[in-house]
Design a protein around this ligand. Sequence first.
Ligand SMILES: [Zn+2]
Length: 315
Amino acid sequence: MREFFQRRGKFRPRDVDQDGADIQIPEDLWVKCPRCQELVYSKELDHNARVCPKCGYHFRLRARDRIASLVDLDSFVEWDAELRPYDQLEFVDLAGPYAAKLKQTQAKSGEHEALISGWGTVEGRPIALAVCDFEFLGASMGSVFGEKLVRASERCVAGRLPLLTISASGGARMHEGLLSLMQMAKTVAALARLGRARVPHLALLTDPCYGGVTASYATIADIILAEPGAMIGFAGPRVIEQITKQKLPDGFQTAEFQLEHGMVDLIVPRFELRATIGQLIDLYERPSQQDSPNGVSAGDHREPAPVELGGHYGN
Ligand SMILES: [Zn+2]
């Protein structure tokens, strides 16, 4: 695995020495695995695609790291990077105005919005990507998030380019109220159009994937992949337990549980993702004996794909 993962030590693990005194470990040098509790050397974790070498726990990835881990080197071209969210409702909650929250989040995360879209090649095969960045307001789906996804999908229809959505989200962005909820219908409608054009949509659900994202575009793909151990659901287990007053089964809402119950098609460890995505594109691209109703065969999108994308959006 290439060394593109930027180290962002979210944890500042502490330990105690024999006398019980606190030992401070410099931030970013060691990371504590939330599953096996082992301290992992951060560089080693980066070399290992941020998968714990001791127990296989998949740490969360930032969107750009995720993209870099999948596409061929320097092949990614971003779409709609100039689109910025803004506070249409002048929303204020206990933490303050949404506008201020946006500015703060943008400065902290280095992103303008929680969804990064564009196209690149995976083992030489062109593919569009729409990837959530959970560090940006929990990758909540606001109106610009939705718009970027819809535009990506429309470009995929125009260029007959397969679409890979990679989701990790808390759901709809409450700061945008109804405008945020409307993105569920809007993205699903755009992807239905993609389906009618017989262009494949692959979805990868990563930890954590919840709310309006799980309940809309992320789970209507032709093939739904998930990373091992990812938590996937609508409402979180604690909320469900409180409401139903029932004890939930072991492993509830894990990717493995969802696979067993038919919501996920395949669990793919991070190291195998590139190869799996490549194989899936190949399967869809294999020209069928019979042309599709609009006279375009499944393999036709290779040629025009990258060149004509994005023109009519002025990007
Ligand atoms: Zn571990």
